[in-house]
Design a protein around this ligand. Structure first.
Ligand code: ARG
Length: 271
């Protein structure tokens, strides 16, 4: 017969094994749980860069952005915050948009100066509501780089819709930033799911109407740090900008995106 002490040890070993198994993400690697994509497949995905602020090893990439007009790029408001840049944006002299470059270490595509920066004055750094900003480029991109934004009634916002998020962000939640562009497949989740996950916490508060909830029920696929401002695309239209979340790719903590219909409404009303 086994002695009780040995039984306790055996149970402890079994219990210890559980977290080890469950913390190994099922499909860890974007963006989290992603795959490499060619920039030519998503020419509207751009990188925001400042070598002064973020160093030159990855061309200074620190956020994503989306081309919504030949000279207009949308990004997250929080990407241009002093907290991220370490200085007000106007003091960051080498702030640029890198377009047409999938591999940050290559010299494909071009680096374009920014002529004007508009940060949504209604952005709320506490809830994260209104997390978008508009950059006007010093020179226009090709019309083929522009993606259409989904308007308020667009079917692409419906719960269950397949969507893809793109970025050069952390692929493991451990600070392993991608060198080349990646994408992850997620699904539009109901507002109820994110309202339940984010009723109001240090990370933010989910507000249906101005935010969009997306991920995978079981976790595994998600955006992560460094992907902010980048696109969430469904049915060929832009539906979200990477904004926030709690950790990355965790079950029960979906990704929260700026709802693009809210951007369309704001810009349509003359900002
Ligand atoms: N705030 C992050 C950034 O600045 C994006 C976080 C997205 N997180 C998530 N789990 N989807 O890059």
């Amino acid at each position: 017969m086994r002695r009780p002490f040995a039984r306790v040890l055996a149970l402890a070993a079994a219990a210890a094994a559980i977290p080890l198994v469950s913390t190994a993400p099922a499909t860890a690697d974007v963006v989290i749980g992603g795959y490499p994509v060619e920039i030519s497949e998503s020419p509207w995905t751009v990188a925001l860069s400042s070598r002064d602020r973020f160093g030159g090893t990855r061309a200074g990439q620190f956020c994503g952005g989306v081309v919504i007009g030949r000279s207009t790029v949308l990004t997250a408001a929080h990407c241009l915050s002093e907290e991220v840049l370490g200085a007000p944006p106007r003091q960051v002299r080498d702030l640029r948009v890198v377009a047409g470059r999938g591999d940050l270490l290559s010299d494909e595509g071009k680096e374009i100066a920014i002529r004007e920066t508009w940060i949504n004055p209604r952005y709320d750094g506490y809830t994260n509501a209104g997390d978008f900003a508009v950059l006007t480029l010093a020179e226009p991109l090709a019309a083929s780089s522009v993606i259409r934004m989904a308007g308020p009634e667009d079917a692409a916002y419906r719960t269950g819709t397949d969507a893809v998020v793109y970025g050069w962000g952390d692929t493991t939640s451990g600070g392993d930033y991608a060198r080349a562009l990646r994408a992850a497949r997620v699904r539009v989740l109901s507002d109820t799911v994110c309202e339940g996950a984010y009723p109001g916490s240090a990370d933010g508060t989910y507000l249906a109407g101005s935010m969009l909830c997306a991920g995978e029920g079981a976790g595994g696929r998600d955006a992560c740090q460094g992907d902010s401002g980048g696109p969430l695309v469904a049915q060929g239209r832009l539906i979200g900008l990477v904004s926030w979340g709690s950790g990355c790719g965790r079950a029960d903590s979906p990704g929260v995106y700026t709802r693009v219909s809210e951007v369309v409404r704001t810009l349509g009303a003359g900002r």
